[in-house]
Structure formats: C-alpha cells, structure tokens
Design a binder for this molecule. Structure first.
Ligand code: AR6
Length: 187
C-alpha cells in the first residue's frame, strides 16, 4: 500500500487508503469497545487477521482492570499481524457533541501515542476512530486526529513515533484526510 507523506516537526504524517490489517507498522491501533472482546468493523478485522493471541491478552487485561474506558488505551501482542503490537482504544459514541465526545476522541489519540512512545515504536497506524458504528461526524473526527498527530510530532519527543499513519478505509475519510494534508502541509 502506498501512501502520501509530509514531513512535520521531528517526523512525518502519512495517509493511506486501505485495510489496516495489511499494514506494516510497529503499532496498529484498534477502534475497540470497552469490553475488549472484539466486535465488527475494524475491531473484527484486526481480531480475525491477528488470530486468537490478541483476544487472549485482552482477556488478561479485562481480568486485571475490567475492560477499557472510553478515551483510554491498552496494548497487546499483534498476533499474526505484521506489527509488533496492537493498541486498543475506545472511541466515544457520538451523541450530538455535548457529551465530551471531542475531548474523549482526542484522549484516544493522545493515550495511544503515549503508549507507543513507552514502547519505543517508530511508527503507528490509526484507523478513523469512532467514524463507523459510533457515528462521529467524519470531518470533525479527522480534525481532532490530525491536530493530535501534528502536536505530537511538533513536540518531538526522542522516543515517540517518527511516523504517524492514518489508514482510511472509506472514500469519504480518504478525501477528508487528503484535503487536510494539502491545506495544512502543502508540498
Ligand atoms: N481497516 C481500516 N479501517 C477500517 C477497516 C479496516 N479493515 N474496517 C473498517 N474500517 P468502526 P467505531 C473503518 O465501526 O466507529 C466495533 O464493533 C471504518 O470505515 O470499526 O470506532 C467495535 O467493537 C470507519 O471509518 O469503529 C465497537 O463496538 C472506522 O474504521 C465499535 O465498532 C471506524 O469504524 C466501534 O465503533
């Protein structure tokens, strides 16, 4: 899969259209639910492609801490995927915009980036969290995702990821991210 990249701060942002389970990155992020027991959409695809080892580790996390709250993130093996780890984060369900959805979505990106830094990952790939079943408006969600990546790379931490990849599955999200890139980081 080829993507479109732009340098920023200490690294780069890449946009790719396709299936995140086929991506080669140190870390792949999953848009999970708080049970961590799998589901549909990208969650289902990651568990199917990664195999049972991922669910096994999710079960251990659930026993230890009882799932994962909205906005939080946990890390597991990537099983058979071509990644070192999967980070599972739980996006907010869109409820009209007055239930702290924006803050919680930003937390998903920030907490995932913090975990990636703690594991010294060079690259991390995000799906468009909350924009499927959870109904978050795509344009608003993309602005939050984009700004979180820009802020992280401008902060330029030594051990943080150098490449942040946005994997867009549907055409609408791909168009939105391409437009953001050409407007915010013209080549
Ligand atoms: N690769 C990349 N992106 C994908 C893929 C894929 N293989 N498949 C879907 N997407 P969703 P949410 C995109 O619904 O809205 C699950 O059941 C999709 O086009 O997967 O955060 C969980 O268990 C969309 O843009 O996640 C939760 O219960 C984006 O991934 C719930 O859905 C997110 O869509 C979470 O809902």
């Amino acid at each position: 899969m080829t993507g479109n990249s732009r340098a920023i701060g200490s690294g780069k942002i890449t946009i790719i259209q396709g299936d995140i389970t086929r991506l080669h990155a140190d870390i792949i992020v999953n848009a999970a639910n708080s049970s961590l027991m799998g589901g549909g959409g990208v969650d289902g695809a990651i568990h199917r492609a990664g195999g049972p080892a991922i669910l096994e580790e999710c079960r251990t996390i659930v026993r230890r801490q009882g799932g994962c709250q909205t906005g939080e993130a946990v890390i597991t093996t990537a099983g058979q995927l071509a990644a070192r780890f999967v980070i599972h984060t739980v996006g907010p369900v869109w409820q009209g915009g007055h239930r702290e959805e924006a803050r919680l979505l930003r937390c998903c990106y920030e907490n995932s980036l913090k975990l990636a830094e703690a594991h010294e990952a060079a690259s991390i790939a995000f799906p468009n969290i909350s924009t499927g079943v959870y109904g978050y408006p795509k344009q608003e969600a993309a602005s939050i995702a984009w700004q979180s990546a820009v802020d992280d790379l401008l902060r330029g931490s030594e051990k943080g990821p150098k490449e942040i990849i946005f994997v867009c599955f549907d055409r609408d999200n791909a168009d939105i991210y391409e437009k953001l890139m050409s407007e915010q980081l013209p080549s």
